[in-house]
Design a protein around this ligand. Structure first.
Ligand code: PEP
Ligand code: MN
Length: 344
């Protein structure tokens, strides 16, 4: 249930409504809009509806939230889109953001070279996995803490905020020290303990869609993070499993306009993991920008042939600038503002 307060409602009136709702065991979420305050009441709908809140001082009206996901619904924000600020770099609303870097942190030289190249090309955030989810238990699983240190060094040198994955609550403290955005990978989208803990960490989150998850399941996963008071969640479509075997995954671009009708959260596209092949990354990125994505996360490597994982899909770092200009132009044509880009 959403309790919409009057424009002139006082803080005491808002507090009184919050207290009344919480007294019957429901949770509240107060959202201060430009003009009005909206109190989200999450819990037993009937009990909240029976409180007679319509008659409370300062209350304008009540609206039920019809979706099973509440805090992530567009309705909850009354149609206003969330803008997430990561160290002064923005995503959401009119802001388009590029996140780029290698699949995994491999060495000091590889990470720092990648960071310099993507920074010079104009990417806003730097990616790199120190903890890697791999299909085979015998594959490389990342450098762990040593990888986090290299990410910290890359951030120190370039000033780029870091996006890196946390796979396990036991690593969260260490990851949170370095990450400006914590990535939750596709395979962990429904790891509810991790979602809750990451929600409590209070650091922006990039939540990837599970390999076979519906959009509703994705939004319900986001809800776990939001309900802990962390409002900075970006959703990421990275390809889903279909019957098609000609490419690694099927990039579900229809998810972008559909999610935009359902949620206020920014939507990021990962063309790299969907494609599995470098040559597909540019056309998919252009399509993502054109269809209204708020950002892309893309893999690039100074020497993809030597990459420990995902080499075939990583863009050559020396070609990254050219790639990025084309994607930024597509995003601008779709009406987005791209930090640092010249107008098209
Ligand atoms: C990644 O981004 O490095 C990754 C492993 O992605 P996903 O979880 O989408 O497979
Ligand atoms: Mn990868």
């Amino acid at each position: 249930m959403m309790i919409v307060m009057k424009e002139e409602a006082t803080p005491e009136e808002i507090e009184a409504v919050v207290k009344r709702v919480e007294d019957v065991g429901a949770r509240t979420h107060v959202s201060q809009g430009e003009l009005v305050t909206v109190i989200g009441a999450i819990g037993d709908r009937e009990r909240v509806a029976n409180l007679g809140l319509e008659g409370f001082p300062g209350v304008d009206h009540l609206t039920p939230i019809t979706k099973p996901y509440k805090l992530s619904s567009l309705q909850f924000k009354k149609g206003e889109r969330s803008v997430i600020d990561v160290g002064g770099r923005k995503i959401g609303g009119e802001h388009f953001m590029t996140i780029a870097g290698p699949c995994t942190v491999e060495s000091r030289d590889q990470m720092l070279t990648s960071a310099r190249l993507v920074n010079e090309a104009g990417a806003q955030l730097l990616r790199g996995g120190a903890y890697k989810p791999r299909t085979s238990p015998y594959s490389f699983h990342g450098l762990g803490q040593a990888g986090l240190k290299l990410l910290a060094e890359a951030k120190e040198e370039t000033g780029m905020p870091i996006v890196t994955e946390c796979m396990d609550v036991r690593d969260l403290e260490a990851v949170a020290e370095v990450a400006d955005v914590i990535q939750l990978g596709a395979r962990n989208m429904q790891n509810y303990t991790l979602l809750t803990e990451v929600g409590r960490a209070g650091i922006p989150v990039l939540l990837k869609r599970g390999l076979s998850s519906t959009l509703e399941e994705l939004l319900m996963a986001a809800e776990y993070i939001l309900k802990e008071g962390n409002e900075d969640v970006m959703l990421c479509e990275r390809g889903i499993r279909t019957f098609e075997t000609a490419y690694r995954f099927t990039l579900d671009l229809m998810a972008v306009p559909v999610l935009r009708e359902l949620t206020h959260l920014p939507i990021v596209i990962d063309p790299s993991h969907a494609a599995g092949k470098r040559g597909l990354v540019l056309p998919l990125s252009l399509a993502a920008a054109a269809v209204g994505a708020d950002g892309i996360i893309v893999e690039t490597h100074p020497e993809p042939e030597a990459a420990i994982c995902d080499g075939p899909q990583q863009i050559y770092a020396h070609e990254f600038g050219d790639y990025l200009r084309q994607v930024e132009a597509a995003a601008q044509l779709a009406g987005k503002v791209v930090a640092g880009a010249t107008a098209v």
